[in-house]
Design a protein around this ligand. Structure first.
Ligand code: COA
Length: 326
C-alpha cells in the first residue's frame, strides 16, 4: 500500500501587489525584480489570515476529493506564519471544518513544509496508523517581512494550498528529506520577546541586532538551492528506479525563476517540465508547491499515471523530494 493525492485546493488573498506598486516606496524596479526573480505580482493578505486561507484551501481539497470533514483521519498544517503560536493551525482548521475525528498538528519546515507534511502523512499511512490525511501549506509572510528591505520583501507572497491524500495501490514511490541546521542563519526570523519585569532588553531587536523581521543571505540560499535540490531529485529518482526522462512534471518550490532554470539545467531536463507560477504569486513558502499542484490539477494538466517529482527547500535549512505517480 502507498499514498495517492485524490483532491487539491488553494486560496489566495484578493489584494494583488504589483512590482510597480513596490517601486512607489522602495528603491527598486519592475525590471530588476523580473530579471533577478521572475516575479511580477504577489497576493498580500489585508482582510484574510493564515487560518482563513488554510480553511478555504482545505475545504476545496475535500470537495475535489469528494470527501466530508468527518472522513479525515489526520490534518497536518505546514506554516511559519500561523496566527497563533498555540493552538496550532491544524487544530484551528479541525474546529472550523468540523473534522472531529482527525488528529491535528503543525509542522515547521519553512518552504519545504508542505513536502515534509506530505511525506510524514504518507509514512503514517504506510504503517497503518491512519488511512488518509488532509495536508495544507498556508502562509501570510507579508506580516513577517521588513517592507523597507528591498532585498527580501519583493520576493514573498501570501496564500494557501491543500491536498487530500489516502491509501492506494499506486501513488508515492519514493521520498527523501533532510536538514542542515548549521546553515540555519542563512534564512531566519527571530521571535522578539514580550517585555517583562525580569528582562533587560528594551527594544524589539536583541544584543545581536536580530530584529523580528525575516532576515536572509540571498546568495547563500541561492547556492544551497541550486546544489541541494538537483541532488535530492537525483537520489529520489534512484530510489524510485526512474530515469529522468520518464518524469512528466517537476513541481518545485517556487522561490525564483533563475533557481528553477538552473536546477533544470543541472539535471539536463527541458524547462517545459518545470511548471512555474511564481510570476503571479512570488514565494509563498509552504504554500507554493500545493498551490501550483492545485492549479495544474484544475487545469487538467495532470493525468492519472503521470510521473511527478516534487521538491522543496527552505529555512532550516531544509530540503526534500518525493517521486509519485499521479
Ligand atoms: N531592487 C533593486 N536592487 C536590488 C534589490 C531590489 N529589490 N535587491 C537587491 N538589490 C541590489 C543589491 O543591493 C546589490 O546592489 P550593489 O551591487 O550596489 O550592492 C545588487 O542588487 C545585487 O544584489 P545581490 O544580492 O547580489 O543580487 P542577486 O543577484 O543575488 O539577487 C536575490 C538577490 C535575493 C534575488 C537572490 O539572491 C535570490 O533569489 N536568492 C534566493 C532567495 C530565496 O529564494 N529565498 C527563499 C528561499 S525559500
Amino acid at each position: 500500500m502507498t499514498t495517492r493525492i485524490i483532491g487539491t485546493g488553494s486560496a489566495l488573498p484578493s489584494r494583488v501587489v504589483t512590482n510597480l506598486e513596490l517601486e512607489s516606496f522602495l528603491d527598486t524596479s519592475d525590471t530588476w525584480i523580473q530579471e533577478r526573480t521572475g516575479i511580477q505580482n504577489r497576493h498580500v493578505a489585508v482582510t484574510e489570515t493564515t487560518t482563513s486561507l488554510a480553511i478555504q484551501a482545505c475545504l476545496k481539497a475535500l470537495e475535489d476529493a469528494g470527501k466530508q470533514p468527518e472522513d479525515v483521519d489526520l490534518i497536518l498544517a505546514a506554516t511559519v506564519s500561523p496566527d497563533c503560536t498555540f493552538p496550532c493551525l491544524a487544530c484551528e482548521i479541525q474546529a472550523a471544518i468540523g473534522a472531529d475525528q482527525a488528529t491535528a498538528y503543525d509542522i515547521n519546515a519553512a518552504c519545504a513544509g508542505f513536502l515534509f507534511a506530505f511525506n510524514s502523512a504518507a509514512a503514517y499511512i504506510a504503517c497503518g496508523m491512519y488511512r488518509n490525511a488532509l495536508i495544507v501549506g498556508a502562509e501570510v509572510l507579508s506580516k513577517l517581512v521588513d517592507w523597507t528591505d528591498r532585498s527580501s520583501c519583493i520576493l514573498f507572497g501570501d496564500g494557501a494550498g491543500a491536498a487530500f491524500i489516502e491509501e492506494a495501490e499506486e501513488g508515492i514511490v519514493s521520498m527523501l528529506q533532510g536538514a542542515n541546521g548549521k546553515k540555519g542563519m542563512a534564512l531566519y526570523r527571530y521571535e522578539p520577546p514580550i517585555l517583562h519585569p525580569f528582562l533587560k532588553q528594551t527594544t524589539a531587536s536583541d544584543d545581536a541586532g536580530r530584529s523580528g523581521y525575516l532576515e536572509m543571505n540571498g546568495q547563500e540560499v541561492f547556492r544551497f538551492a541550486v546544489s541541494q535540490v538537483p541532488d535530492s531529485i537525483i537520489h529520489v529518482l534512484e530510489r524510485a528506479n526512474w530515469e529522468k526522462s520518464e518524469v512528466d512534471h517537476y513541481i518545485l518550490h517556487q522561490a525564483n525563476a533563475r533557481i528553477i532554470q538552473s536546477i533544470a539545467k543541472r539535471l539536463g531536463e527541458p524547462e517545459e517540465k518545470f511548471p512555474m507560477n511564481l510570476h503571479a504569486y512570488g514565494n509563498m513558502s509552504s504554500a507554493s508547491i500545493p498551490v501550483l499542484l492545485d492549479e495544474m490539477n484544475r487545469a487538467g494538466r495532470l493525468k492519472r499515471g503521470d510521473k511527478i517529482v516534487m521538491s522543496g527547500f527552505g529555512a532550516g535549512l531544509t530540503y526534500g523530494a518525493t517521486a509519485l505517480i499521479w
